[in-house]
Write a protein that binds this ligand. Structure first.
Ligand code: COA
Length: 263
């Protein structure tokens, strides 16, 4: 998988099996705190047929070595570096949780690159529970389990939750701590209303980390945004209810095509 050097750190990505094909829309997926490109496996399989897909590992995550960042702006700069290296001028940006903060900030800074935004389990402000924030350094494994308890719906299988725990334990504590510091500082409550790109907001009905209240707020503030609350899913909605999630996204992508073709 390509690994790019970016401001002294690394950012990497995988595409779908067809690579990046001319004439197709490009969907770029950004994971959340302690995550990696694997969080979007179901979306990769589903959307690679009809679109170009790019699943990102942020600095310090997955295959991208180096340290991470401790600010959303820092990660947004790496995203800019990555998009400039890809073919194409505009992109559909998907961001989950911290990734959602990154794509919002990116859109405020560089709207010319953004065809549409897909904000998944995220919000305009992402304050972090002190017991999560403080526990990462001192009781890493226990805290990762706690985060995953909050991150999945009680209706989700124990097997899937355990996979989530194992995946997050692969992230170094310093990187995870930086991610949560970035979330904790993030606050665009006063600026979100200036986002002007077509936006789909998706949230699991049982999301405890970024509750549906955050999604409603986003959808109210971003003009014309569509809101989907998916029942029976928590914060990891795209993994917990992939079929429902992919259907919502596909329907929204079709509205973009209609906008383009009807001028
Ligand atoms: N969208 C809309 N409203 C928001 C918001 C968002 N993204 N973030 C905060 N608010 C609201 C809160 O609901 C609250 O409203 P209220 O006064 O009507 O109850 C108000 O703004 C202040 O909230 P907040 O800034 O979060 O501070 P707090 O001291 O009330 O709570 C926490 C702090 C950590 C307890 C709380 O943010 C929380 O439970 N977070 C979710 C758990 C978590 O750690 N998530 C990780 C995110 S990555």
């Amino acid at each position: 998988m390509p690994i790019l050097e970016s401001n002294g750190k690394q950012i990497s990505y995988v595409t779908g099996s067809g690579g990046i094909r001319e004439g197709l829309r490009t969907l770029v997926f950004i994971h959340g705190s302690g995550g990696s490109r694997f969080h979007w496996n179901y979306q990769r399989q589903f959307f690679e047929k009809s679109s170009n897909v790019v699943m990102v590992d942020l600095p310090g995550h997955g295959e991208a070595g180096s340290e991470g960042e401790d600010s959303v702006e820092g990660y947004a700069r790496h995203l800019l570096h990555l998009l400039r290296a890809l073919p194409g001028d505009v992109f559909c940006l998907f961001g989950h949780s911290l990734g959602g903060a990154i794509v919002q900030e990116f859109t405020l800074l560089y709207p010319q690159y953004v065809e549409a935004l897909f904000l998944v389990g995220t919000g305009v402000r992402l304050r972090v529970l002190p017991k999560i924030f403080e526990g990462i350094q001192e009781r890493f494994e226990e805290t990762v389990r706690l985060i995953c308890d909050y991150a999945f719906s009680k209706k989700t299988s124990a097997d899937l939750i355990q996979k989530g725990v194992e995946a997050m334990l692969n992230t170094r504590p310093t990187v995870l701590s930086g991610d949560f510091a970035a979330c904790n500082r993030f606050d665009i409550m006063d600026r979100v209303g200036t986002i002007e790109v077509p936006t789909l907001v998706v949230c699991g009905g049982d999301d405890l980390l970024t509750p549906p209240k955050y999604a409603h707020f986003l959808a109210e503030k971003i003009e014309g945004a569509r809101l989907e609350i998916i029942d029976g899913a928590g914060h990891m909605v795209m993994i917990e209810k992939p079929n429902e999630f992919n259907r919502s996204v596909m329907e929204f992508l079709e509205t973009l095509t209609e906008r383009t073709t009807t001028g």
